[in-house]
Design a protein around this ligand. Sequence first.
Ligand SMILES: *Cc1c(COP(=O)(O)O)cnc(C)c1O
Length: 458
Amino acid sequence: METQHFDRFDDPVVAADVAHHLHPFTDYAEMREQGTRIITHAEGHYIYDSNGNKILDAMAGLWCVNVGYGRQELIDAATEQLNKLPYYNTFFKTSNTPAAELSQRLIDIAPEGISHVFFANSGSEANDTIVRMIRHYWALEGKPQKQKIISREYGYHGSTMVSASMGGMSGMHDQACRLPDFEHIKPPYGFLYQGNMDEETFAEVSANWLEEKITELGADHVAAFIAEPIQGAGGVIIPPKGYFERIQDICRRHDILFVADEVITGYGRTGEWFASKTMNLKPDLMATAKGLTSGYQPMSAVLVGERVAEKLISDGGEFYHGFTYSGHPVAAAVALANLKVIEDDGLIEKVRNDTGPYLAEALQRLADHPMVGEVRSFGLLGAVELVEHKDGPKHFAQQGHAAVVVRDHAINMGMMIRAVRDGMILSPPLTYERADIDATIDILHKALDAAMDTLKLS
Ligand SMILES: *Cc1c(COP(=O)(O)O)cnc(C)c1O
C-alpha cells in the first residue's frame, strides 16, 4: 500500500505511521480514521505532541515512568555504558558489571527470602520465565503433574501466549489466546462483589474462591497461584484487608507456590520498594519490570525466592531458557541509576507519607459527582468508578463507552489518563507534587462535567 494514500493526514509522520505501523492494543480501523498522536518529547510530568499540545501525564507512560521524564542521571548512565560496553550477553557464564551490581542491589531491596534474579526485557517475558521456572521446579521435586496455574479474572500478566493465557482478560482470550492449564478465579473486586459484606467477611469469601478452585482441580495438579497485589490494567482493584493473608495460608496448606506480579506495584508505587512489603506478602517468586528502569530502557527482573532458586541450582542442570538481551548492560546501568534516584530523592517516603495520602484525600473531591460511583487509591494508584446514576446499577448499559468519553475530554483538556471498562485510572510519576495531584483532579472533574453533556446525563 502507498503511504500517499494517507496524505489526508497533514503530518507525513502520521501518514507513514497509519500506513505501515500495526500498533499494540489498537483498533486498526479506528486508527485509520483518526490517525495517531505523535509524542515528540517529554520533560518532568509532561509529554508533548507534534501538534504542539502539552499534556500532563497522569499515567506515567504505561505505569512506568516512576522518576518522571528527562532525568539526566539515567541519560548519563546510558551514555557512559554505551561508550564502555553497548552489548554483551549473559549466557554461558559471561556477565557484565551493571548486571552483576544490579542483581546485588535488587536482593538488597527485595522482600525477605528472595535470593536470586533472572533478567528479561518485559513483564510478559518475566511471567513466561516464571511459568518455565515453576514447572521445571515441580518436575525436579518429582511432581511433574503439578502444572496448572491459577490466576484471576481482570488480572493482567502480559501479551505473550503464556502471559495472556495467565491473565484474566476475556477479550484477549477470545482472540484464540488461552492455553490449557491456566485457570481463573474471581478477583476481590469490592465495587462489584462485596455487596453488604464487611471488609473481613469479603476478604474471607474472596480468598475462598481460590480454595474452591484448588479443590476442583486437585492440589496435586496445581503448581502456583499468581496475583498482582493491586490489579492494575484490570482497573486498580485493591483487595480487602486480610485477603492475601488468607490466600498465602491457602497456598501453604496445599503446597502451591505463591507468585506476586509486581510489574506495576514494584519500585515505589505503593510507598515501599515493593507492595509485598506494604502488604506483608512472602512470595516465592516476583515479576518486576516497568518502574525498574522507569521505562528509559526495556528491562524486567524475575525475583526468585530461596525455595525455587536452591532447587534449580542444586538439581536443575542447565536451565534452557534466556533472552539475547537478558542482563543487557545499558538497561542494567539505567536501572541502577533509576533506583538511585528513587532512593536519593526519597520518592518512596514521599509516596508513603505525603502524596499517597494526599491523592486519597484529593480523590474524595470527586466522590459527590453525579457520575462517580466510587473512588479508591493505594499509594500512587487511583481509580474512579463511573455510574450512569448514583443509585442505579454498577454498569452502564453500554459498557466501556462513558469512560472513553471522559478520557478523550481529559486529553483535550491537556491530561493523559486511562479508561478501563466504566472507570478512570491514575498512575502518575512518583515525582508528582501535591500541586500536580490538584491539577489532575481538577481536570478530571471538568472532564466528568463535559462527559455528562456529551452523554446527555443529567
Ligand atoms: C504491564 C504489565 C505486564 C506486562 O509487561 P510488558 O512489559 O508489557 O510485557 C505484566 N504484568 C503486569 C501487572 C503489568 O502491568
